[in-house]
Design a protein around this ligand. Structure first.
Ligand SMILES: Cc1cc2nc3c(=O)[nH]c(=O)nc-3n(C[C@H](O)[C@H](O)[C@H](O)COP(=O)(O)OP(=O)(O)OC[C@H]3O[C@@H](n4cnc5c(N)ncnc54)[C@H](O)[C@@H]3O)c2cc1C
Length: 414
């Protein structure tokens, strides 16, 4: 793979841009791999990347039924933060956030990581207590966050209205090194690096069955034929229940649509990310100038990867008291993705009842931020059978009642 650099751009400028290579190879799948990963979203691609980078395992295929990053990875609102309450969550999300800091350099691909800072607003007394508690927990976990008062919120985000009648801004939990990244670039960067290691990223290849012999996986059936493997990673977000069914086990998970929308582009007016969990909305400004707005998940299970009209009204109405300026903005487009939710709002990175089948799912409304850390942990689990970052997130915790309750940290979609 040729390295992307300022010199490469200059060289190609002289050559009429005739020397750029394909970012990743396009070839049909082989008959057999050491590892197959189902799902070329961020988590699947990151798992493959760290299998190669950390363990030298490169006879790997990543099978994707649609196009690369076309699931939730290319549909989210790109918020990155690690201010979770429970220790296992803080560990994996902070690992992830720290990997994001140097991901562009690691992948030689500009993922446009922008650590502009994230504020989670407190708009009720209950939230003040909750976020102050999280700030204390984060201090013990080594995660840098800070409780800030309303005036500091206003300094960081001048367009905010502190004095809403129903929900005044009472303070916030501030993570200065949280922020955003370009979501497609994360998928493309990992795919390019995987391809460079000799792995196959196969698009339009839907897995339709999981083949087992004696309680052990031996391969998968796909729309491009049968493929054998020693180990299988299921990393398909909103379709995890469907794949688990093919493999012969059940997951404690639900699939729901989560929606987001963007406004027309406007001049730069907001250089932090703000989340308002009580009113259920959050907002940041993209590099193009659009206000990127997200709200809550649909209240019923479905597999519909699209938006619905009432959602635009509900989300904008929720935010307008806190950000009066958005009442004058035209909304440009909206979309939806299918996210997978567990009962404790924490992910599953786990062995399964089928030998050599591993599952990574349940990131719900907040898994973009976790992509590098999750891939790191999943790769370790698949190779060593255990990972300090992943062990608490076993699917069997639900049987044992060892929940990792993050319903507050994941209270709004992000
Ligand atoms: C509107 C919205 C806003 C969000 N905002 C944020 C945010 O701000 N911050 C944040 O951290 N998270 C956010 N999220 C959540 C985040 O996007 C997801 O948690 C994360 O992208 C999940 O990544 P993934 O790789 O597990 O899944 P996906 O990216 O969904 O990848 C799974 C892939 O599996 C493929 N697949 C499914 N079935 C099969 C099959 N049978 N065979 C082959 N391939 C298959 C799918 O086509 C898909 O490409 C948001 C999500 C949405 C929808």
């Amino acid at each position: 793979m040729k390295k992307y650099s300022a010199f490469a751009i200059a060289r190609e400028a002289f050559r009429q841009h005739s020397g750029w290579e394909r970012a990743w190879a396009k070839r049909p799948p082989k008959k057999r791999y050491d590892v197959i990963i189902v799902g070329a979203g961020g988590h699947g691609l990151a798992t493959a990347y760290y299998l190669g980078k950390n363990f030298g395992i490169t006879n790997v295929a990543i099978l994707e039924k649609g196009w690369l990053g076309g699931g939730n990875t290319g549909r989210n609102t790109t918020i990155i933060r690690s201010n979770y309450l429970q220790d296992p969550s803080a560990a994996i999300y902070e690992k992830s956030r720290s990997l994001y800091e140097t991901l562009s350099q690691d992948l030689n691909y500009n993922i446009m990581f922008s650590p502009r800072g994230v504020i989670m607003l407190a708009q009720t007394q209950h939230e003040i207590r909750g976020y102050q508690r999280t700030a204390q927990a984060n201090a013990l976990q080594g995660v840098q966050t800070e409780w800030i008062g309303p005036q500091r919120v206003k300094e960081l985000c001048p367009i905010i209205n502190l004095d809403g009648r129903r929900y005044p801004v009472l303070g916030g939990l501030w993570q200065a090194r949280g922020g955003t990244a370009r979501h497609d670039a994360v998928a493309w960067g990992y795919a390019r690096a995987c391809s460079d290691m000799g792995m196959d990223v196969v698009q339009k290849c839907e897995v339709t069955g999981v083949r087992r012999e004696g309680g052990k996986v031996v391969g998968v059936d796909t729309t491009q034929g049968a493929i054998d493997c020693n180990k299988l990673g299921i990393v398909v977000a909103g379709h995890s229940g469907v794949l688990a069914d093919m493999a012969g086990f059940r997951l404690p998970i639900e699939s729901v649509a989560l929606q987001a929308l963007v406004s027309e582009p406007i001049k730069p007016c907001m250089d932090v990310v703000v989340m308002a969990n009580t009113v259920h909305g959050y907002m940041s400004q993209s590099d193009k100038g659009e206000m990127v707005i997200g709200g809550g998940a649909d209240g019923y299970n479905n597999y519909t990867q699209r938006g619905s009209f009432h959602h635009i009204e509900e989300t904008v109405r929720a935010l307008v008291e806190t950000f009066p300026m958005i009442s004058r903005l035209k909304m440009l487009r909206q979309w939806g993705g299918i996210v997978d939710m567990t009962g404790d709002r924490s992910p599953i990175i786990s062995k399964t009842p089928v030998e050599n089948v591993f599952v990574n799912c349940g990131w719900g409304t907040g898994g973009f931020k976790a992509i590098p850390g999750s891939g790191w942990a999943m790769a370790e689990l698949m190779v060593k059978g255990a990972s300090p970052l992943a062990d608490e997130f076993s699917m069997f915790r639900f049987r044992a009642g060892k929940f990792i309750d993050e319903s507050v940290a994941a209270g709004v979609a992000h």
